[in-house]
Every structure is written in C-alpha cells, then in structure tokens.
Design a protein around this ligand. Structure first.
Ligand code: 5AD
Ligand code: SF4
Length: 362
C-alpha cells in the first residue's frame, strides 16, 4: 500500500504530494480502498441519501466559444432552441409530482437585460406553479453581481459556476483569448455568488489535454480553499465539432479518465465531508454504471434530465451523451431501483441543501 493511502486511511491530513500519489493509484485494490473510504466518509457525514435535481436544459444558445464544448457559439452544425414556458412548467411539474425536491436550470452563457428578465420571470413562474416547494439551482454562466442578486431574490438558492480548470495556464489553454474568458473574472463570480447568499457550486473537467495529476490535486485544494458548498465534476469528453477534438491523441483513454474521476470524487468527499457532490452525466457517458459508481465513491446528488426529448438531442456538450431518448418517468423508476440496490435512499421531497453551507452560515 502506498504511504499516502495508509496515511489517508488513518485520517492523517492530506498534503498536495499525497493527493498526487492517491490520484495516481494504478493498483486495483488500492483504488477500491480509496473509493471505499470516500463512501464511508459520506455515510458518516451526509449519510447514504441521494438527492435528486431535475435538470432543465433551458437553452443551448451560448455567446461563448470554449474550445471543448459542443454548444459553443462557433458550432454552426446545431439547431438552437429556447424552451417554451409550457415545456419548462411541464418539466417542473414532473419534478414536483415525483417529489424531486429540487430543479437545476442550465443554459449556455447569455447576458443582457432580456436574458436576466427571462430567468427572473421563469423562477417566479416555476415557484408559483409548484407551491414554492422546489428549490432551484441556476447554472447560467458568468453574470454581474446585480443579476446574481436579482435571480436570488426571484427564488434561486444555489448557483453552479464551474472553474473548469483551476490552473490559470490550463484555463487559458482551453478558452479562446477573445476577451470573453478571464480567469480572475471567473473567480470573482464565485465570490460575488457567495456575497449574494447562494449555496455556491463549482467544478472541473478531468482528463483535459495537458492536464497533470498536480493540476487535479490543485483543483481539489482550490475547492477547499474557496470553501465551496457543492461540486459537479466529471471526465472531459471529446466532441467532434470543437477545436479541442484536434488534441484527442493527447488524452488518457476514456476508461482511465473515468477511474481518475472516481478517485477525485472520493478524495473530495474525504477533504470536504459535508458538501454536496454530483455524480455527473459525463461519468455515465463512459460507463453505463457510472452514476452509481460515482455515488459509491462519495457523491450524493444525481440530476435526472427533464429536458423534452426533442431538444435534449440539441444540448450535446460532448459526443455520446446517454439517455437521449429515455422518457423521464422511466429513468426515474430505474434510478430508484438502482440506488436502493446499492444501499442508498433517495431523499424524496427534500431540498437536500448543502450541509457545508449551513455550517458556513453559522
Ligand atoms: N466534456 C465534459 N464536460 C464538458 N462540459 C462542457 N463541455 C464538455 C466536454 N466536452 C462541461 C463544462 C461546463 C458544463 C456545463 O459542462 O464543465 O461547465
Ligand atoms: Fe457556452 Fe458553457 Fe459550453 Fe462554454 S461550456 S461554450 S459557456 S455552454
């Protein structure tokens, strides 16, 4: 057993060099011991309860051009959509009736007064139609502090803004230098969100071209230092209509990106026992059992997709996105069976707020 693993299992504090060693585990038994420690930590902190967030991919319109993302503005091979109020309310109603407790509204990154007003209106509309019983997370990119505040007042309680890569150089490598992507602005966004009183989430992609284990260890330390409440992270996946596709021969095999993502989840759970961690769709893209494997490594949130099936096919951040045709009620029933078979309980009807956040407030 590596020294770092036995230190970890004996609850010694984790330094960066230990994180690097643990992320680099190649031995299967050690890998499993690490994930098991993630699961035990979760059981003792947030419990073996999985919270559901119904995901509504409101629009695939985006003003940005991230090199890795399939819905980047420069991809003119896709049809752009913006869901109607009726579609949004239907998805919200599904979440409400099935006791999801919570919704996530995700969009490409748009800005300006029209978009700010659209989101504000939808927040109020959803709350009215679901008796104020669903908590809402927004994932709508960088906005001004005023806009974050306005959406908070309209009823959003959590916000996801992934740092994507906490290493400034890597961040700059995966984003165009077109004046729309500034690392410091991204960090300020996370700080502004905290000031507005949100439960704040961030995350990274794992297995990016040129990314090292040191970078990933720094990502974990970044979440810790930023005192973040929730994390969504998963493997980077290629998309053929993006500039980063040209670097696909620099990548780790998908199976290794997958295992590395599980070790990231386990280590993060051990470092930040009370945060919420999502088992990402990207995990499930590589391995059909990916979601439950993420849960068994320490994640405690899943986000079933409630976007109408016709539009779901247009929200492709990466190739081979799963469940494109699966009706939401079918996938919810399956999820229930799968999670109970691995000893987890779904937190039906519960908001599943980040306990770390309530500690932070206290
Ligand atoms: N592979 C994996 N994740 C991706 N995202 C965007 N493109 C990809 C990709 N090719 C993630 C980003 C973004 C989130 C909405 O999806 O981290 O923040
Ligand atoms: Fe737009 Fe987000 Fe994709 Fe970047 S990652 S292109 S901001 S949707």
């Amino acid at each position: 057993m590596t020294g770092a693993l036995s230190d970890l299992l004996n609850n010694k504090p984790l330094a960066k060099e230990h994180l690097v060693q643990l992320l680099g585990i190649t031995n299967q038994e050690e890998h499993e011991a690490l994930l098991h420690h993630g699961l035990n930590t979760k059981a003792a902190s947030v419990g073996r309860i999985v919270y559901l967030r119904g995901l509504i991919e409101l629009t695939n319109k985006c003003a940005k051009n991230c090199f890795y993302c399939g819905i980047r503005a420069g991809n003119d091979t896709i049809e752009r959509y913006f869901l109607s109020d009726e579609d949004v309310l239907q998805a919200a109603e599904f979440a409400y009736k099935n006791q999801f407790g919570s919704l996530v509204i995700q969009t490409g990154e748009l800005s300006g007064p029209i978009f700010a007003a659209q989101i504000e209106r939808l927040l109020k509309l959803i709350h009215r139609h679901t008796n104020n019983e669903l908590t809402i997370t927004l994932s709508c990119g960088e906005q001004s502090q005023e806009v974050y505040q306005r959406w908070k007042e309209a009823g959003a309680s959590r916000y996801l803004l992934r740092i994507e890569a906490s290493n400034r150089k890597l961040y700059e490598f995966i984003h165009p230098a077109d004046g729309n992507h500034d690392y410091d602005t991204r960090i300020k966004g996370l700080e502004d969100l905290k000031k507005c009183g949100y439960q704040v989430g961030t995350g990274v992609m794992i297995g990016l071209p040129g990314q090292t284990l040191e970078d990933l260890a720094d990502d974990l330390l970044f979440f810790f230092k930023m005192d973040i409440d929730m994390v969504g992270m998963g493997p980077y996946l290629e998309h053929a209509d993006t500039p980063m596709f040209d670097q696909r021969n620099l990548l780790l095999p998908a199976s290794e990106r997958f295992l590395l993502s599980l070790r990231m989840i386990a280590l993060l759970r051990i470092m930040m026992p009370y945060i919420n961690i999502a088992a990402s769709t990207a995990l499930e893209t590589i391995n059909p059992l990916g979601r439950q494997m993420g849960i068994l490594a320490g994640a405690n949130v899943v986000m079933p997709n409630l976007t109408p099936v016709t539009d779901r096919k247009k929200y492709l951040l990466y190739n081979n996105k799963p469940n494109l045709d699966k009706d939401a009620s079918l996938s919810t029933a399956t999820l229930n069976d799968v999670l109970s078979s691995i000893g987890e309980t779904i937190g039906y009807g519960r908001a599943g707020d980040s306990i770390h956040f309530s500690h932070r407030q206290a």
